[in-house]
Write a protein that binds this ligand. Structure first.
Ligand code: PRP
Ligand code: URA
Length: 241
């Protein structure tokens, strides 16, 4: 099957009606209240292609995950409010824009989400980082919790849950539920690859949460892996296969 990277095919999903965002390198589709934004900038697509290749080393894979996550920040933070402040250049006084006091939190889903954190922090260095530990039971494919530590002011922050893979959607949905249970209000999910099944399940569980992804693939196989996908993201990041 062909991957649906940024193509119109990703909107073939039932119940999803699509429209294109003409002014950016992204496409959006709405499903039952939730929005899916596919960030298909040429650099993102190029780097994702390298990540998919099974011959790519762990070191290169790690670097690519950081780079793609960083590139996605551009689109994920597009709505952040700005305010004007007066400064002096070496030549004259002028007014410039600054992001207006928005407090951000990045919450990686362990393990694989960790791979995206540094790439995002390079661009939003003042964000706080929480962690949610979940693994997917290989037989039931249901998420199993083992850790949760969030910034104490999580209810005041705009939160980006990061996990490279949205497969059945169980892990991401559970992570967002933990955050909401602890007071989180404004949450988005940032993944690198998503399966149609995972998008539908996630929007069903959290219709108020937008998904940003670099590509929507074809389907899940019998083991719950994304096809064509890139394999097990955690194992490829940390060389544990
Ligand atoms: C992977 C991935 C997601 C989850 C996605 O983690 O990083 O968290 O699977 O699958 P789902 O959408 O079907 O829930 P995994 O359970 O392999 O743990 P790891 O990151 O520790 O390897
Ligand atoms: N988790 C992964 O790391 N890869 C998949 O394809 C599905 C779940």
């Amino acid at each position: 099957a062909e991957p649906f990277e940024g193509g119109r095919h990703c909107f073939r999903l039932e119940k999803i009606s699509a429209y294109e965002n003409e002014n950016s390198n992204s496409r959006e589709a709405a499903s039952g209240g939730g929005r899916t934004v596919v960030i298909d900038h040429p650099l993102v697509r190029h780097k994702l292609g390298l990540m998919r290749n099974k011959e790519t080393s762990s070191k290169d894979f790690r670097d690519l995950v950081q780079e793609v996550a960083g590139l996605m920040v551009y689109e994920v933070t597009r709505h952040l409010p700005l305010e004007e402040v007066e400064i002096e250049t070496p030549v004259a006084k002028t007014r410039v824009f600054t992001i207006s006091g928005k407090k951000l939190a990045i919450v990686p889903v362990l393990r694989a989400g960790l791979g995206m954190v540094e790439g995002i922090l390079k661009l939003v260095p003042n964000a706080k980082v929480g962690h949610i530990g979940l693994y997917r039971d290989p037989d039931t494919l249901k998420p199993v919790d083992y850790y949760c530590k969030l910034p104490c002011d999580i209810s005041e922050r705009e939160i980006f849950v990061v996990d490279p893979m949205l497969a059945t959607g169980g892990s991401a949905a559970a992570a967002v539920s933990h955050i909401k249970d602890r007071g989180g209000k404004k949450v988005s999910l940032v993944s690198l690859l998503a399966a149609p099944e995972g998008i539908a399940a996630f929007h069903e569980a959290h219709p108020d949460v937008d998904i940003y992804t670099a590509a929507v693939d074809s389907h899940l196989n019998d083991h719950g892996y994304i096809v064509p996908g890139l394999g097990d993201a955690g194992d490829r990041l940390f060389g544990t296969k």
